[in-house]
Write a protein that binds this ligand. Structure first.
Ligand SMILES: [Zn+2]
Length: 462
C-alpha cells in the first residue's frame, strides 16, 4: 500500500465556505477534505464518496469555514506590560516603557509568548509572527523561548529577529542599556537563522531579519541587515512610516522621509514587509507597489497610539500586498486578530474613501491571503485550495450573536467576535469547541499574571 493511502483524513461537510482564492469562490453549503497536512478537496455539496482512512467526519452545519488567520505584526513580550501608558502617542509611550522592557528575562518572555499565542490561536490565528527586538544582556535564550512556545502551541510561526543599536547617545529613542551592538545584533540574528529557519513548503518555523525602526537602529544595521537577509534567503521586516513624529525624525536626521530612507538602505523589495505605513504619500505607495514591498496594517494599535489611518484602499488599488497585524499588546490590549478584520474595515471607512474603503470580503482577504503574501507564503497558506496546507477555521455562526445575519462573511466581519469550533494547523487540531487543545488557559492566566507582576517589581527597583 502506498504511503498516500495510509494518510489520515478529516472530512468537514454541510458548512458555508469562503475559500479566499483568486476568484473569491464561496459555497453556501460545501465540504473540505483534509489529508494529512494538506487540503485534498474543497467544493460544493457533500464530500466525494469513499476517501480512505477517514479518522474524523465533522458536521459543519451553522458554520463558516475560512482559511486560518495570518498575523503579520506582533511583539509577544508586551503581553506582560499591557494597560500601561494608556494615553500616550508612540514616542511618549516608548520612552515610558523602554526602561521596563529592558528588564525582561527568559521566563518572562516565554510566558508572554505563550499568552500572546494563546489569545490569537483561540481566535482563529493559524500563522503567528513575533517581532522581538529587546535582547537585554544576560537575559537568556529569548528567541529559543519564543520559538519553543509557538511549537508547543502548534501554530505556524515566523520569528522576526529584531534588534536596536541606536540609543539616546546616538540620537535614538531607546536608553543606552536597552540596545545591542551592531556586530552583536547581526551575529545573533544569523545564529538564529542557523538554528531555527526552515524554508520548506510545510515549514512551521521561519526567521526574518528585523531591525526595529528608524529611530532605534543605525543606518549600517539596516544596510548590513539587508545584506544578511539576502545572503541567507530570508525575509526582512521592520516598522515604517508609523507617525508624524517618525517622519520628522527621518527628515531631520537623514534629510528624507522614511520610505526614501528605506529605499536608500536596500529596504524595499518583494522580500520585505513593514508594519504600519500610516504616513505614506502617493510616491511612497507607488514605490511599495513597484518593488512588491508588503504592509502589515495594524488598525487598533494605530488608533490606540493616535498614529493615524493607513491608506489601505489606495495601497490595494496600487497592488501593494497588505496583511493585518495585532501589533504588540502594550498598544492593543485585546491581542486578537479576528477583531482586526472589523476594525480594519471600520477605521478605513473613517478615511478618504468613506463607505467604499473596504468591504467584508476585502477585510477577510487582508486577514488571510494578504497575510500569507506579506510573509512570503501565499503558495502554501492563506486560501482554501487543493494542495495547500490544512490551516483552516470553523467559525460558529448559529448562536444569538450571528444567527440573524444571512450572509456568513458579513456575520464574521461585521458581527461580534465569532467562537471558533475548530481550528486546524498543518492538519492538526489547535482549538476545539472554543478551547485550546495544546495549553491550559487557566494555568497560563496565572503564569502570565505572575510574570507581569515580577517584571513590574523589578522595573520599580523592588
Ligand atoms: Zn510594532
Amino acid at each position: 500500500m502506498a504511503a498516500a493511502d495510509r494518510v489520515e483524513r478529516i472530512v468537514i461537510e454541510n458548512c458555508s465556505i469562503a475559500t479566499v482564492d483568486a476568484d473569491d469562490t464561496e459555497y453556501a453549503s460545501g465540504h473540505v477534505v483534509v489529508a494529512g497536512n494538506r487540503i485534498e478537496h474543497v467544493g460544493a455539496g457533500p464530500a466525494p464518496a469513499g476517501p480512505e482512512n477517514v479518522v474524523r467526519r465533522i458536521d459543519g452545519t451553522g458554520h463558516l469555514v475560512t482559511p486560518g488567520l495570518v498575523n503579520t505584526h506582533h511583539h509577544f513580550y508586551q503581553w506582560i506590560t499591557r494597560g500601561l501608558a494608556t494615553d500616550h502617542n508612540l514616542f511618549d509611550w516608548l520612552v515610558a516603557l523602554y526602561p521596563t522592557w529592558a528588564r525582561i528575562d527568559e521566563p518572562m518572555v516565554r510566558a508572554a509568548a505563550q499568552g500572546s499565542l494563546a489569545m490569537m490561536a483561540r481566535g482563529g490565528v493559524t500563522t503567528a509572527m513575533d517581532h522581538h527586538y529587546v535582547y537585554p544582556q544576560g537575559s537568556g535564550d529569548l528567541s529559543g523561548a519564543i520559538i519553543g512556545a509557538a511549537r508547543d502551541m502548534g501554530v505556524r510561526f515566523t520569528l522576526a529577529r529584531g534588534s536596536m543599536d541606536r540609543s539616546e547617545k546616538d540620537g535614538g529613542l531607546p536608553p543606552d542599556f536597552a540596545v545591542e551592538t551592531l556586530d552583536g545584533a547581526l551575529a545573533a540574528t544569523e545564529a538564529t537563522i542557523d538554528a531555527h529557519h526552515d524554508g520548506s513548503f510545510d515549514s512551521m518555523t521561519q526567521i526574518a531579519v528585523a531591525p526595529c525602526s528608524p529611530f532605534s537602529i543605525s543606518t549600517e544595521l539596516l544596510r548590513q541587515g539587508a545584506e544578511l537577509a539576502r545572503r541567507r534567503g530570508v525575509r526582512m521586516h521592520t516598522h515604517g512610516s508609523e507617525t508624524v513624529e517618525e517622519e520628522k525624525f527621518c527628515h531631520e536626521l537623514f534629510g528624507m522621509g522614511p520610505t526614501d530612507y528605506f529605499e536608500s538602505t536596500g529596504w524595499l523589495g518583494s522580500d520585505v514587509w513593514m508594519a504600519h505605513c500610516v504616513h505614506m504619500n502617493d510616491s511612497d505607495i507607488a514605490a511599495f507597489a513597484r518593488t512588491g514591498t508588503g504592509v502589515a496594517h495594524c488598525p487598533s494599535s494605530n488608533a490606540r497610539l493616535a498614529a493615524g489611518i493607513a491608506r489601505v484602499p489606495d495601497m490595494l488599488a496600487a497592488g501593494v500586498p497588505v496583511g493585518l497585524g495585532v501589533d504588540g499588546t502594550a498598544s492593543n490590549e485585546s491581542g486578537e486578530l479576528h477583531t482586526e478584520l472589523r476594525n480594519a474595515l471600520l477605521i478605513n471607512r473613517l478615511g478618504a474613501h468613506r463607505e467604499k474603503a473596504l468591504n467584508a470580503r476585502q477585510a477577510l482577504r487582508l486577514g488571510t491571503y494578504g497575510g500569507a503574501q506579506v510573509l512570503g507564503r501565499a503558495d502554501q497558506i492563506g486560501s482554501l485550495e487543493v494542495g495547500k496546507l490544512a490551516d483552516l477555521v470553523l467559525w460558529k455562526l448559529d448562536t444569538l450573536a450571528h444567527s440573524s445575519i444571512a450572509d456568513p462573511v458579513t456575520a464574521l466581519v461585521f458581527g461580534a467576535a465569532a467562537p471558533v469550533t475548530l481550528s486546524l494547523v498543518n492538519g492538526k487540531t489547535v482549538v476545539e469547541g472554543s478551547r485550546l487543545t495544546t495549553v491550559d488557559e487557566e494555568v497560563l492566566a496565572r503564569v502570565t499574571r505572575d510574570e507581569a507582576r515580577r517584571l513590574a517589581r523589578i522595573a520599580a527597583g523592588a
